[in-house]
Design a protein around this ligand. Structure first.
Ligand code: ZN
Length: 56
């Protein structure tokens, strides 16, 4: 049950990002991805940087 849900989540996140091997952090506002967790998004200035490590 848990593992199948994990796969589901992984696939959904990957398609959402458009790049399966994306970086560990994403901006929820503009979907930019980063190697590190910025305090604010360099792209759009948003503060919704979220960890997306499970995408990998
Ligand atoms: Zn952004």
């Amino acid at each position: 049950m848990w593992s199948s849900m994990g796969v589901f989540d992984k696939a959904r996140s990957a398609s959402h990002l458009g790049e399966p091997t994306g970086r560990p952090y994403i901006c929820l506002a503009c979907d930019a991805s980063f190697d590190l967790q910025y305090h604010a998004c360099p792209d759009c200035g948003g503060y919704d940087i979220r960890r997306a490590k499970w995408v990998e």
